[in-house]
Design a binder for this molecule. Structure first.
Ligand code: FAD
Length: 356
């Protein structure tokens, strides 16, 4: 049996980033159910850092992660273009325009950025220059490398099947039995299941499926400098990715924790909504996939102790990559009993104690 101060369950960006930050200070083991780290949500994201999107607390966590993301050299310029249709509520659009640096564009100016946009599909646009691409693989691998270098034990094919507490936690996996003073629940979509195994009350974390299609560059255009483009109604988005275009229906269908796959009809309907905005029809989907964005009931991550020696690092929803630096700093501080660098109001808002 291997004993550690900290045993992290779940080898996605949440568990991997926390392992990198805590391993220099406490003996650490990271357990991943799959054969490879990052197999689930972390390996399936849209890879965007957009600090003006989502709840206020998510925006603050994005800003708090920015400096470290720059230091790790994983950000590159992208920009984001929101398209407003006629006869749609303008609340979200107005909110976007309040962003510092946001530009209000007419249809022709939006078409200058993305020439395939149809002039009859939308009436105005908002451009957010701050949005950046994240090199997720580079970021994630840097976390794992740092965890290893600090002496952490990283174990794959180690799905946790049983957890009990005697003098310390005892955790069974096909890769062996592990013991620890503190366990960290970083199991993504499976976080409530892992809590239940440990006899801890689940938080109601709900996985929501999001699908993606990769299509050839429309009309053979060089799309490398196109911004990401989103309907202001948020019912589809498209983003350049290595010479291809990713198109998502922006679906949020509740599902059980699973190795997610896209529903063909959901994908087809989302592609049809995208096609209504562009002059180039989609003739071929080269690849499609789905991943799970897992949210607590208030759509705010749960970071902190939820019982004696039981620590939550879950519920990052659709923002777990762009907020990973701030959330792992917070987790490492709380695990060491140190004062976090984040505003105490943010720390309280993230605490699982809010569900007690
Ligand atoms: C389509 C899509 C687009 C997205 N776009 C963005 C974006 O642009 N920007 C952004 O910041 N975020 C984005 N996200 C969200 C982001 O991907 C997630 O918030 C983040 O990956 C969550 O990381 P995680 O480590 O919590 O989960 P995961 O990566 O799913 O990791 C959890 C791990 O726990 C393991 N596990 C589960 N149960 C056990 C067990 N019993 N024992 C051992 N291991 C276990 C799983 O195998 C899994 O590897 C997107 C997500 C999706 C699906």
């Amino acid at each position: 049996m291997t004993h550690s101060d900290i045993l992290i369950i779940g080898g996605g960006i949440a568990g991997g980033s926390l392992a990198a930050k805590i391993a220099p200070h406490r003996s650490t083991t990271l357990l991943e159910a799959e054969a490879n780290f990052g197999t689930h949500s972390t390996g399936r994201s849209a890879a965007l850092w957009e600090p003006f999107y989502g709840l206020d607390i998510i925006r603050k966590l994005c800003w708090a992660s920015e400096a470290e993301l720059i230091t790790r050299d994983v950000l590159s310029p992208r920009g984001i273009l929101y398209l407003q249709e006629a006869d749609r509520p303008r609340d979200t659009f107005e909110d976007i325009l309040k962003q510092p640096g946001a530009q209000h564009l007419d249809v022709a100016a939006a078409q200058a950025m993305i020439p395939i946009l149809r002039a009859d599909a939308f009436v105005e646009a908002a451009y957010g220059p701050k949005a950046q691409d994240i090199d997720v693989d580079k970021l994630f691998q840097s976390f794992l490398k740092e965890a290893r270098a600090a002496g952490a034990m990283l174990v794959t094919n180690a799905r946790v099947t049983a957890i009990r507490h005697e003098a310390h936690w005892i955790v069974d996996t096909p890769a062996g039995t592990f013991t620890a003073n503190t366990i960290v629940n970083a199991a993504g979509a499976w976080a409530d299941q892992v809590a239940t195994l440990a006899g801890i009350t689940p938080l109601g974390i709900q996985p929501l499926r999001r699908s993606m299609a990769r299509i050839p560059a429309p009309g053979g255009h060089d799309i490398s400098r196109w911004p990401m483009v989103v309907s202001a109604a948020e019912d589809w988005y498209a983003k350049p990715d290595a010479g291809k275009l990713l198109v998502s229906p922006a679906d949020e269908d509740p599902v059980a924790p699973m190795d997610a796959w896209p529903d063909d009809m959901v994908l087809a309907e989302g592609i049809a909504r995208y096609e209504a905005f562009v002059s180039e029809p989609v003739t071929r989907v080269e690849h499609s996939w789905a991943g799970l964005r897992s949210f607590p009931p208030d759509r705010t991550p749960a970071i902190g102790f939820g019982g004696e020696g039981f620590f939550w690092c879950a519920g990052q929803g659709g923002y777990g990559i762009e907020t990973s630096c701030a959330l792992s700093d917070l987790g490492a501080a709380l695990l060491q009993g140190e004062a976090p660098s984040l505003d105490p109001a943010i720390v309280a808002a993230l605490s699982p104690a809010r569900f007690a």
